[in-house]
Ligand binder design. Structure first.
Ligand SMILES: Nc1ncnc2c1ncn2[C@@H]1O[C@H](COP(=O)(O)OP(=O)(O)OP(=O)(O)O)[C@@H](O)[C@H]1O
Length: 808
């Protein structure tokens, strides 16, 4: 039913609305009425509330219901907002011209919009837009589909944490959960906290090949894609993939290294690297960053390509200039395959294809682009220069392309010419000098005579409209000619549509070649972008080898906003402890090492003067207080979970970064845990960088332990940071000094200093020495002078004077 009031039955328009609406219960139905998309009843209230629109009412004789609508020309902006708010949208368009309708205009749902199944360029960002499906069975089956490009892939994962990593890598916009997961309350709650995305339902009927879980997720994705896109939708062939074929980057690492998302609103690694010129190049760069390679061969090949662009600046610039003019060919190919390419799509295809020969000329043998020349010729011959957004607007096929269309247009011109001649003819015949032929939407063509000449109007003129000082007339002949003209217009529209569809079909046959072109050009774009970054910021080509050797390494993101102090690092299967005051630059040093390794393994140059790196199988991190507020766990708990994962996964080919371990607990527990973790990683022979304030660690008796510290100097005004990494452990901690610089009240700082002396004394066993001395003496036998001397001694002892200088 429809919320509303009144005794009467629903008016026909609302009946049609309710019928369509009830077919899409989970969707908000946007119902075209002229230039607006309207909602009625309770949906109108929801829409008005969501978008802050004015709620009006639709009233007929005896029924009234709430109504709210959005102008069609502002549809994209509103749709984007509604999708973000979690609405699914069903768009019901008028599918016949109002003037041709007999009675109520026919309306059909022409689009279903959900966040994970968008293909509309106007609603998509340049990023890949994934719909994911998850099912259980021997672990988890997960598959991803990007409807806008047709990309379709999936994998089996053993654990939930591996599942989360994979989801985090792909950031799906919408997820289909198999019933066994949807009904598992515990799983569902945790999942929604981690991934607050839209969850939708689909049957998980097995489809395709492989293990059952993988077949079920394929079935679910295809079903859902066809439900929203129409039965004709077909993605690219399903590609099973193995996450183990790439460097493993867990969620914690992607977050901590700020690859795609900044932690504190600063820039990201992707932000620094993204000098791509095309949308598909940008997506490829993202994909490379999510999937670093494990073998030197393909990496050297990528580096060769980057190097060529580094060396040949003019070539790089030329290529980038041309790439900039390309449309999103990958998505265009997908729209062609789905039969959804608009006239403008074919227009931008033409523009893009014109650029390919230029690129080929510039690059010679280096790129092998498919030959799309004959498609280009066809598009050039067929399409007008300026193209409408929608097919129905007409005016898209050039004169001279289709003889039939040309003939219809000629007839149309003659039809219009008749009315021009009519004016002259009737003027002469009637002797009315002001006689005019006019046109309006209500009456069509008419003859118009002004008041002074009413006498002269011939009797066969039939009056149709009287205005203040003029009258309008028609003639049977006019009506007939007019109908003929309408017929021609309709025929022209239909013929244009036919010709366009044929043309689109021709283009569709080349979709595969176009996709291949997009693939080649995407790589080209990424190589040119990486080269641009390398030249602009002074990166070098990395080498691969077992020892890690970085000279003059820098943090690619931090160096963009401050003058940066480069640092070196040498290590091979060692445990490197990095000490130094807060704010000295320990975290930065750790992160820059990981970022350099990551860049090398996507085939990029790196921010250093010289770099040789092992090929790491994974980068594992425990950095920063990544409070899992959503997960409802304490900082310490999260920290320990991360450490547990590291200990489970680290191999001797792993790069491990630990930035403080054991901070969220008592300091004795903390030291104990940190020590045990350090020992375990040392045993594991991984490449570990461990930043810590626990000095105890620096003296651990481990053969492959190496101490580094970040230099700082205490001066009159406070601490000076040099951000320089030097051999050996730091001489002391400067916590209280940094606290003072941060503006802690003077009394508190003084008190902390005093306490620090007490604690230091206690820690170094001085307290025991003092106690021992006190217990061993007999006050009754001391002279006052001796007692005074002893008091001085005890005080000196407590302040940490070396024991041997006192005991003697
Ligand atoms: N090599 C460098 N050159 C220039 N500035 C640097 C360098 N390293 C770090 N910095 C700057 O110093 C600041 C502190 O760095 P960082 O967070 O790495 O210190 P930290 O030693 O890890 O501190 P804490 O122990 O408190 O975590 C940062 O804001 C960074 O911009």
């Amino acid at each position: 039913m429809l919320k509303g009031e009144g005794p009467g039955p629903l008016p026909p328009l609302l009946q049609q609305y309710v019928e369509l609406r009830d077919r899409y219960p989970d969707y908000l139905l946007l119902f075209q009425v002229g230039d607006f998309y309207e909602c009625f009843g309770e949906d109108a209230e929801r829409l008005a509330r969501a978008l802050g629109l004015v709620l009006t009412h639709k009233s007929s004789k005896d029924f009234t219901t709430p109504m709210a609508g959005i102008p069609i020309r502002a549809f994209d902006a509103y749709a984007e907002r509604l999708l973000k708010m979690g609405f699914r949208l069903a768009v019901a368009d008028q599918v016949e011209p109002a003037e041709e309708a007999e009675g109520l205009v026919r309306r059909e749902v022409t689009q279903l919009l959900t966040p994970g199944t968008l293909v509309q360029e106007t609603l998509l960002s340049k990023e890949a837009n994934y719909l994911a499906a998850i099912a259980t069975g021997d672990g988890f089956g997960v598959a991803f589909l990007d409807v806008s490009t047709g990309e379709f892939k999936g994998t089996l994962l053993k654990s939930k944490s591996a599942l989360y990593d994979e989801l985090f890598r792909h950031r799906p916009a919408e997820v289909l959960l198999a019933p066994e997961l949807r009904e598992n309350r515990e799983f569902l709650e945790e999942f929604q906290k981690r991934f607050p995305v839209m969850l939708s339902e689909a049957p998980f009927e097995p489809l395709g090949e492989g293990p059952l879980a993988l077949r079920r997720v394929q079935g679910a994705l295809l079903w859902y894609a066809r439900w929203t896109q129409g039965e004709g939708f077909s993605p690219r062939p399903f590609r099973p993939y193995d996450p183990g074929a790439f460097m493993h980057l867990p969620e914690a690492t992607l977050r901590a290294l700020e690859i795609f998302e900044p932690i504190r609103g600063q820039d990201t690694l992707f932000g620094v690297l993204d000098e791509t010129r095309t949308a598909f190049g940008r997506r490829l760069l993202q994909s490379w960053l999510r999937h670093p390679l494990l073998e030197a061969g393909p990496l050297e090949a990528r580096l060769d390509r980057v190097e060529r662009f580094v060396r040949e600046g003019a070539l790089r610039e030329g290529v980038r200039r041309l790439l900039f003019r390309l449309a999103d060919l990958e998505r265009l190919a997908a729209r062609l395959e789905m039969g959804r390419a608009s006239p403008r799509d074919l227009g931008s295809l033409r523009r893009s294809l014109e650029i390919l020969p230029e690129l080929r000329a510039l690059l010679g043998e280096e790129v092998v682009l498919p030959d799309l020349g004959s498609l280009l010729e066809e598009l050039r011959a067929a399409l007008e220069e300026e193209l409408p957004l929608k097919l129905s607007e007409g005016g898209l096929i050039r004169q001279g392309y289709d003889p039939h269309l040309d003939a219809l247009r000629q007839a149309q011109r003659e039809g219009v010419a008749y009315f021009l001649e009519l004016e002259e003819r009737e003027k002469a015949r009637t002797g009315i000098p002001t006689l005019k032929v006019g046109y309006n939407a209500v009456f069509g063509y008419y003859l118009e005579v002004t008041r002074p000449y009413y006498e002269r109007v011939p009797s066969e003129y039939k009056a149709i409209q009287t205005l203040k000082d003029r009258q309008r007339y028609t003639l049977p002949e006019i009506k007939e000619r007019e109908r003929e003209l309408y017929r021609l217009e309709a025929q022209i529209r239909r013929r244009e549509e036919e010709v366009f569809l044929e043309l689109r079909e021709k283009a569709r046959k080349e979709a595969e070649a176009l996709r291949e072109a997009a693939r080649v050009l995407a790589e080209l774009d990424v190589y040119a972008a990486l080269a641009e970054v390398a030249v602009r910021y002074g990166y070098v080509r990395p080498r691969f080898g077992d020892r890690l050797h970085i000279r003059g390494g820098r943090h690619p993101v931090v160096e963009r906003r401050t003058s940066f102090v480069p640092n070196d690092l040498e290590m091979a299967h060692e445990l490197v402890l990095v000490t130094g005051p807060n704010m000295a630059g320990k975290s930065t040093y750790l992160r820059q090492t990981a970022l350099i390794a990551l860049l090398a393994q996507i085939g990029s140059f790196v921010p250093a003067e010289e770099a040789t790196l092992p090929l790491f199988d994974r980068i594992l991190t425990r950095i920063g207080a990544s409070d899992d507020l959503a997960g409802g766990k304490s900082t310490f708990m999260v920290e320990m979970e991360e450490v547990a994962l590291i200990l489970k996964e680290a191999t001797e080919r792993s790069l491990v970064l630990l930035d403080e371990v054991g901070r969220g607990t008592s300091s004795l527990d903390g030291v104990a845990i940190a020590t045990a973790v350090a020992e375990a990683l040392h045993e594991r022979r991984c490449y570990t960088l461990f930043a810590t304030h626990y000095f105890e660690l620096t003296a651990l008796p481990l053969s492959r332990l190496k101490n580094l510290h970040v230099a700082a100097k205490e001066e009159e005004g406070g601490l000076t940071f040099y951000h320089q990494v030097l051999p050996g452990p730091a001489s002391k901690s400067y916590g209280v000094e940094v606290a003072r610089m941060a503006g802690l009240p003077k009394e508190v700082v003084e008190r902390a200093k005093a306490l620090l002396q007490v604690l230091t004394a206690r820690r170094e066993g001085v307290a025991e020495a003092v106690l021992e001395k006190l217990i061993s003496l007999d006050p009754n036998t001391l002279t006052p002078l001796e007692a005074l001397r002893l008091l001085h001694e005890l005080k000196a002892l407590a302040l940490g004077a070396p024991l041997d200088t006192i005991k003697g």
